[in-house]
Design a protein around this ligand. Structure first.
Ligand code: PRP
Length: 212
């Protein structure tokens, strides 16, 4: 008998796209599409259990084995460096990690650069690789406000369409890294549930090939 495969999905629009990929791969769970507030859905016929979690928490569930697999943004993987396998770039949820500032910002390298961000580790590593001294101001959201109020010189944040920056009179100064959603696996699960996980991996890879 096959064991149940536990899948952590990121709540929101990206998660719905991800679920559709699992469904096409043969791991459907129709009850998930019923509009209710439930967070856990199971289909015993195909041995799958899905749960909706905050996108930034997916990697925690997978790293600790509460989920066997899940889908997380590369931003989260770079920031928290969870001990998981990154199996596949799903090529959805595309955006980039960037440095942004007011258009008239000019870097004065004589001074420590004040960087506001949710992604302290990514920012730290990026500026360390450039040998630039910085002061991290860790915020939890609405990062764009920081340079406007003079709290920071620049921000390190996710840019998707660029609308948020534009509407706050900021612009991208440097791109740090492109971001997209990744299929990740718990390391032990990958050993013991390899048949199911590899089947999903293969099916998703061929869906992506077909969509090219
Ligand atoms: C993210 C990011 C930017 C915005 C970028 O914010 O922090 O604010 O999206 O998207 P855009 O380039 O398409 O405008 P999110 O919605 O995750 O909220 P928060 O960071 O304020 O929590």
């Amino acid at each position: 008998m096959k064991t149940m495969l536990n899948v952590a999905l990121p709540k929101g629009r990206l998660g719905e796209k991800v679920y559709d990929m699992f469904e096409k791969a043969g791991f459907e769970c129709p009850s998930i599409k019923e509009n209710n507030r439930k967070l856990i859905f199971e289909n015993e016929e195909v041995n799958v259990r899905y749960f909706w979690v905050k996108p930034s928490d997916v990697a925690i569930y997978v790293e600790r084995g509460a989920a066997d697999i899940g889908v997380a943004g590369k931003d989260i993987l770079l920031e928290y460096e969870p001990d998981v396998y990154e199996l596949l770039d799903l090529d959805i949820g595309r955006c980039r990690m960037a440095v942004a500032a007011k258009s008239d910002f000019r870097d004065n390298t004589q001074r420590t650069l004040r960087v506001a961000t949710k992604f302290s580790n990514i920012a730290q590593q990026y500026y360390m690789s450039k040998g630039r001294d910085i002061d991290i101001i860790h915020l939890n959201g609405s990062i764009e406000i920081a340079p406007i109020l003079g709290l920071s010189d620049v921000i390190v944040d996710i840019v998707e369409t660029g609308t948020t920056l534009k509407e706050n009179n900021l612009e991208v100064k440097e791109t740090i890294v492109p971001i997209s959603a990744r299929l990740i696996s718990n390391k032990t699960s990958y050993k013991f549930k390899s048949d199911q996980i590899n089947e999903i991996l293969k099916e998703m890879a061929s869906q992506m090939e077909a969509n090219k």
